[in-house]
Design a protein around this ligand. Structure first.
Ligand code: HC1
Ligand code: SF4
Length: 594
């Protein structure tokens, strides 16, 4: 330990601590813009200046606390120096706060108003060209060169999309090698967005498309909401965690004007039926190990771009929200058609990559090709109802995806008073789900849900697995692994989240240093609860808190096994037959190598 004097008080801090860490540990606030703990301690914004006796002004984020140091954070001189540095940053920033989607969560705006910084009186920077259709959007004129995106993308997500060029005032953040963003190896995890202090990085805004669909009488809007959304949506509309219940979420979706409100959790249960059955078949085969989960499009994009040798080992199951879209389009299209309406499926997701996933041509459904026209296949239950004729037509499973941030904005736009809403159920029959589905939203949840049902399929009994949680992954233990006895089989599983951790696991698999049967990967640290489309609170990592919400919902659920969801059983009886049937393959699986 070392002892320093901080604002007149003697303070003991761990050896090696920076002055910023010493201040945080003692409850003294020092403003920061570029600092990211352990990842980006470069002192480039110079907003964390403090005064050290004998040294003058130094940056707190990268100055080590030394025995006997006398430090002041609270003098007018320190404040004036911070203000001058903030003004210099603002002079190079195109501040369009009135229309910026980050206006409520922008660290620069907050500090600028606190420090009485003025709008730039110099020529504003001009935004560099950008692909307006790409799900990740960048406005270079709002970039303050803090390098947080470079650090998170390189050190946590292993993608290396961002780089910089030039030095001093001419330094610019760029896409590596000046590549078009679509060719730069971006997984679309969105972590650069949630760690950007300003509105320089955002997700493509699709709110207007959804408003147009809601207002069009010829369109029947069907919305679904991802597992991890229920743990975070209230953050952006001022609800406490106790107020932001799944029932109030369903009510809010109705209040926005969606015609049908379904739950992606239902489709997560369906995914377990398909992927769990696929895994049981896989276990009995000599296919190369391991089988990988496929529900995270950030991970799927990453493996295809960075480790294509593993692509063939992805589960063929579509992700739950795509399965939901396929089920909706196949089972409800005829009814909508009779009413002269066209179905439009919207997913509310904690995710930016889902905006890409819903546009993948292979993830579409040929409505009318199977049961929509009454031609049931052999494995369909014999008493299944024949649906009216429909012309066979390819349609995306999901028409549009909104992030949670966009959804919260939609609620504010429509003026929904969420706190006053009485709770409402999700619509039937695609709204009932189990606790196993709810934990999909956090790392380890898909694995646990799949094993709950795979074990039942193998032994005929419900197992009692402990939680597979990698929230505490460290550089030394980047993934969690277990060996589980299921019936006569020993199943070796591993779970990783974050793409740097994932690369370490893939490298170990490739070198033979590790061997597993089933591996769950989620691109975002902590899983979808930490997703790139979730609400932003500057310098707060909320994944673990949100995971706690999902774990509590699972523990409180009367149904905790996907195979016990009665509406899933009915969907199979009425439409699909059984897991891995011909219809299941047509609706719910995809060729990952195409
Ligand atoms: Fe996810 Fe999934 S859990 S991918 O993290 O498999 O986005 O929540 O919706 O589809 O169910 C995200 C979350 C989500 C899918 C499910
Ligand atoms: Fe999207 Fe979840 Fe994957 Fe992140 S972990 S990219 S939020 S699906």
């Amino acid at each position: 330990m070392v002892t320093i004097t901080l604002n007149g008080q003697a303070v003991e801090v761990a050896e090696g601590s920076t002055l910023l860490e010493a201040a945080v540990a003692t409850g003294v606030n020092i403003p920061t813009l570029c600092y990211l703990k352990d990842l980006n301690c470069i002192g480039s914004c110079r907003v964390c200046l403090v005064e050290v006796e004998g040294q003058g002004l130094v940056t707190a984020c990268n100055t080590a606390a030394a025995e006997g140091m006398v430090v002041r954070t609270d003098t007018p001189q320190v404040a004036a120096a911070r203000r001058a540095n903030l003004q210099a940053i603002m002079d190079g920033h195109r501040a369009l706060c009135a229309t910026c989607v980050r206006q409520d969560t922008c660290a620069l705006r907050f500090l600028s108003s606190t420090f009485n910084v003025q709008d730039a009186d110099e020529a504003l920077p001009v935004p560099e060209p950008w692909d307006a259709d790409f799900p990740l959007q960048r406005d270079s004129s709002k970039c303050i060169k803090c390098m947080r995106c470079v650090a998170i993308c390189d050190k946590v997500q292993h993608c290396g999309v961002w780089d910089f060029t030039g030095v001093g005032p001419s330094m610019r953040v760029i896409v590596r090698d000046n590549l078009p963003i679509a060719d730069a190896g971006c997984a679309l995890c969105g972590q650069c967005i949630t760690h950007c202090p300003t509105g320089a990085l955002t997700a493509r805004d699709d709110v207007s498309r959804i408003m147009d669909a809601i207002l069009d009488p010829a369109v029947e809007t069907v919305v679904q909401v991802a597992p991890a959304v229920r743990a975070a949506w209230g953050e952006g509309v001022g609800l406490s965690r106790a107020e932001a219940t799944p029932g109030r979420l369903a009510a809010a979706l109705h209040a926005v004007g969606f015609d049908k409100v379904f739950d992606t959790d239902f489709a997560a249960d369906l995914t377990i039926m398909e992927e769990g059955s696929e895994f049981v078949e896989f276990l009995g085969s000599d296919a190369p190990r391991p089988m990988f989960t496929s529900c995270c499009p950030g991970w799927v994009r990453f493996v295809k771009q960075h480790y294509p040798q593993f692509t063939a080992q992805l589960s063929s199951a579509k992700s739950p929200h795509q399965m939901m879209g396929a089920v909706v389009k196949n089972t409800l299209a005829a009814e909508a058609d009779e009413a002269g309406r066209r179905l439009f499926v919207v997913s509310i997701m904690p995710c930016v990559a889902k905006k890409y996933e819903c546009d993948v041509p292979e993830l579409s459904t040929v409505v009318g090709a199977t049961h929509g026209n009454g031609t049931s296949d052999a494995d369909l239950a014999s008493d299944a109802p024949a649906a009216p004729e429909l012309a066979a037509e390819a349609t995306p499973d999901v028409d549009a995806v909104l992030t949670v941030r966009e959804f919260d904005r939609l609620l504010r736009l429509v003026g929904v008073d969420c706190a006053a809403l009485p709770e409402a159920p999700f619509d039937s029959p695609l709204g009932l789900s189990t606790g196993a589905a709810t934990i999909f939203g956090r790392t380890g949840g898909v694995m646990e849900a799949a094993l709950r049902s795979a074990a039942y399929l193998i032994t005929g009994e419900n197992p009692d697995f402990s939680v597979c949680d990698t929230a505490d992954a460290t550089p030394e233990t980047p993934w969690m692994s277990r060996e589980l006895a299921i019936g006569d089989a020993t199943v070796r599983i591993a779970v990783a989240s974050g793409l740097e951790n994932t690369s370490k696991l893939l490298d170990a698999l490739e070198s033979g240093e590790a061997a597993f049967d089933f591996v769950e990967i989620m691109a975002c640290p902590g899983g979808c609860v930490g997703g790139g489309g979730q609400p932003i609170r500057f310098n707060s990592e909320l994944a673990q808190t949100r995971a706690g919400v999902l774990n509590r919902l699972d523990a409180a659920d009367k149904l905790r096994y996907s195979h016990e969801n009665p509406d899933i059983a009915k969907l199979y009886a009425d439409w699909i037959g059984e897991p891995l049937s011909h219809t299941a393959h047509e609706w719910l699986h995809t060729d990952q190598e195409s």
